[in-house]
Write a protein that binds this ligand. Structure first.
Ligand SMILES: Cc1cc2nc3c(=O)[nH]c(=O)nc-3n(C[C@H](O)[C@H](O)[C@H](O)COP(=O)(O)OP(=O)(O)OC[C@H]3O[C@@H](n4cnc5c(N)ncnc54)[C@H](O)[C@@H]3O)c2cc1C
Length: 301
């Protein structure tokens, strides 16, 4: 639960910073789980130099691949939607080799390979999210992490998604507090409709907290059943999204137009939060969770 607190406190201060820190934690966890002492030493050198790492997996139509001589393989292709691009020099990426995905920590110190111009999303601009071209970068043996297929292993891939929601939960807290204080400052907190709507918003934040903290407890239990952890986290993702969007809707309705005015903090948090809520395959994860819990009988999750 310490990690839940750390991620949510950072997210409460800044969702972009929370996104970067969560990516760093994810990379370090995976390298410690699957990697060698040599891999850990590479990340230690980055930390000593004051740099974060991150997990860059998103791709366009062409997958990043490892090609050439087995003794001196080189990467071909790029990653997109990579947060911390231009700062992170040792990202954890997967590249296709012999038809399988292999994790590795390539060295990308060259800023000329980075393009953040495609990040035109309304929020999360401070994450420096962009594309990074890896073509021609050679990968040394100490940078190869684990065995092919490790990245997708249960419960660390799907089950690990709780950490993203822990950061987002911090954003929910910040939004609720900003919404509350502005209602009080405007003297509208005595209105019965406003009070009821705020109660609904507060209940949504508590719903989100209960889901994420329980997902954290289950996912961090080393004796947990991997399939059950994946299913619970999958179920949580959809419930969390609904709670978050309910809060956004209540805050905007209660505050009115000023919630849309820059530099109102509600405007910024909503912009960052609604962008960050877009996470991969939300419908598919709910479907997988539904399939799992069909067979659980009346016991439920
Ligand atoms: C702020 C931010 C930072 C990010 N940083 C990183 C990073 O550092 N590294 C990284 O790897 N990625 C990063 N990403 C990208 C992230 O991992 C996802 O790729 C991205 O958020 C996917 O969002 P999406 O809504 O387009 O997802 P999608 O999965 O495309 O979902 C969009 C909609 O389509 C539905 N859908 C999904 N698949 C299908 C299908 N096959 N057929 C029909 N419908 C489908 C979904 O259920 C959903 O309704 C970042 C994203 C954000 C927002």
């Amino acid at each position: 639960m310490l990690l839940f607190d750390v991620l949510s406190v950072i997210g409460q201060g800044s969702l972009p910073l929370g996104r970067l820190y969560e990516g760093h934690v994810n990379a370090v966890k995976l390298v410690r789980l699957y990697g060698s002492a040599a891999n850990v030493a590479l990340l230690q050198a980055e930390a000593d130099a004051g740099r974060l790492t991150g997990v860059w997996m998103a791709e366009d139509a062409v997958s990043l691949s490892l090609a050439g001589d087995a003794a001196a393989p080189v990467l071909i292709g790029r990653k997109i939607l990579a947060s911390g691009a231009g700062h992170i020099q040792r990202p954890l990426v997967a590249a296709k080799t012999a038809g399988e995905n292999q994790l590795m920590l390539p060295h990308v110190p060259d800023m000329g390979r980075v393009d953040v111009s495609a990040w035109t999303a309304t929020g999360m601009k401070a994450t420096a999210t962009g594309s990074v071209d890896f073509t021609g970068i050679s990968v040394t043996p100490d940078a190869i992490v684990g065995r092919p297929g490790d990245y997708m292993r249960s419960p660390y891939f799907r089950g690990g998604a709780w950490r993203v929601m822990a950061v987002q939960f911090g954003g929910l807290r910040a939004l609720l507090e900003s919404y509350r204080s502005q209602l009080v400052e405007s003297g509208r907190d005595g209105d019965r409709v406003q009070r009821a709507r705020f109660g609904d918003a507060a209940a949504s934040v508590e719903t989100a907290r209960l889901w994420v903290s329980e997902a954290c407890r289950r996912a961090e239990d080393e004796d947990g059943d991997p399939a059950a952890i994946d299913a619970y986290v999958d179920l949580m993702r959809g419930a969390f999204e609904r709670a978050a969007l309910t809060l956004v809707e209540r805050a905007e309705k209660s505050l009115g137009l000023k919630a849309f005015m820059h530099p109102n903090p509600v405007e910024r948090i909503v912009r960052d939060l609604t962008t960050y809520l877009r996470q991969p395959a939300l419908d598919a994860s709910l479907e997988s969770a539904g399939a799992f819990f069909f067979h659980q009988g009346t016991e439920g999750p």
